[in-house]
Design a protein around this ligand. Structure first.
Ligand code: ACO
Length: 352
């Protein structure tokens, strides 16, 4: 019996197809490579929500919703003081009511606004108000730094947000759908998703990827460091995936984006990637382990100026597109998600 729900189909979805054997990700009919090339975050959101929510004038409406979210910061920020950013974001999102500001568009809008306000609060600075006319990615960078971001960083962050927006029934999306299936509402469902995203086996990996690169230090040190890590029974962050038996296609989308940015870590990262793939092949010859989305996510987010403590909440800024789409889809089915368990404790004979 499997204890990780591997291979179990828990929902039918029109949102995305993940082919783990071939390394293919299709988002509502569009390959992830094409989506990252052609769409900005708002375009991808419209694609996901098509037929489930109003997608007309999404860019200005999302901008207006960011302004509405900002009006909640004086009330919600104090409760998040002192928490790590991902926990602060969860606390602030959970503090929204089930009204227009806690609707799918309200929650998508709130993520960058609350994240930027949290970061600035931690530095003793006032939050910067959103610019409703700006693009979502550009506005996040502007609210963080209190100055407009350079176009290359905006394009890179947009490509990142599109690339991670949806990915089948991953742990956080499943958590969102379970809660949505109880009809608890969008705020509760997105809060549950944020809880699931936090863990290092899911959205918490890219920060540790950068820690790993720092610990390795030089390309020459990579093979020895990796061998020692695997010998000690530890996992390499940014490698392996529950579904993919080949390269995660999102990794190459992000690797290409990173190549266009000036990341001081790119040469080291490529050396670590090469050494890790060779070592993992030796370590687990029967289990193809390859790079996952988190590895080049770390380099991309670092290159656009985000601190590593912000990598998981930045993931949420993109993935909330998928969460809300799945919540809307789940609510349409009207069916409670309620799997079975198999009792293996004492007294089973009492039921015979
Ligand atoms: N480094 C070393 N060994 C690994 C790694 C890794 N990164 N990933 C898997 N393995 C090993 C496992 O220890 C396991 O060995 P065992 O059978 O001796 O215990 C074997 O390979 C098979 O593991 P899987 O069943 O494929 O792993 P699972 O599906 O349970 O886990 C996961 C997938 C959690 C992503 C895992 O690969 C991992 O921990 N990777 C590192 C963390 C990471 O990068 N997380 C981000 C994932 S991407 C995302 O969520 C957006």
């Amino acid at each position: 019996m499997t204890t990780g729900l591997d291979g179990i189909v828990a929902a039918e979805t029109v949102m995305s197809l993940v082919d783990g054997q071939r390394g293919v990700l299709v988002i509502r009919g569009m390959a992830v490579e094409e989506a990252a090339r052609r769409l900005d975050f708002e375009g991808l959101l419209a694609l996901l929500w098509d037929g489930f929510a109003d997608t007309a004038d999404l860019k200005p409406r999302l901008g207006a919703a960011r302004a509405a979210a900002f009006r909640h910061t004086p009330r919600l920020l104090p409760a998040a003081a002192g928490l790590p950013p991902v926990d602060g974001l969860r606390a602030m999102i959970a503090g929204l009511a089930d009204d227009a500001d806690g609707s799918p568009i309200g929650l998508v809008a709130a993520m960058p606004v609350f994240l930027a306000a949290l970061v600035r609060q931690a530095k003793g600075k006032h939050p910067v108000a959103p610019d409703p006319r700006a693009g979502h990615a550009a506005d996040l960078l502007r609210m963080l730094a209190d100055k407009p971001a350079d176009p290359a960083s905006v394009r890179a962050l947009d490509a990142y947000l599109v690339t991670v927006a949806d990915h089948g029934l991953n742990a956080s999306t499943f958590a969102a759908r379970v809660v949505a299936s109880t009809l608890a509402g969008t705020v509760a469902s997105v809060t549950a998703a944020l809880c699931a995203l936090k863990g290092p086996l899911h959205g918490g990996a890219p920060g540790p990827v950068l820690d790993m690169l720092d610990a390795i230090g030089t390309a020459q040190a990579a093979p020895g460091w990796i061998e020692a890590e695997l010998a000690a029974g530890r996992r390499l962050m940014g490698f392996g995936h529950r579904i993919y038996r080949t390269r995660d296609p999102r990794a190459d989308v992000l690797k290409a984006v990173v190549a266009g940015l000036s990341s001081p870590r790119i040469a080291l990262a490529e050396a670590v990637e090469k050494a890790a793939l060779a070592a993992l092949h030796q370590h687990k010859p029967d289990r193809p382990l390859d790079i996952n989305v988190e590895f080049y996510t770390a380099l991309l987010l670092d290159a656009v100026g985000l601190d590593r403590s912000l990598f998981t909440p930045a993931f949420a800024v993109g993935r909330v597109a998928g969460w809300t789409a799945h919540i809307l889809e789940q609510e349409q089915t009207g069916r409670l998600l309620r799997p079975d368990s198999r009792y293996v404790g004492p007294g089973a004979s009492l039921a015979a």
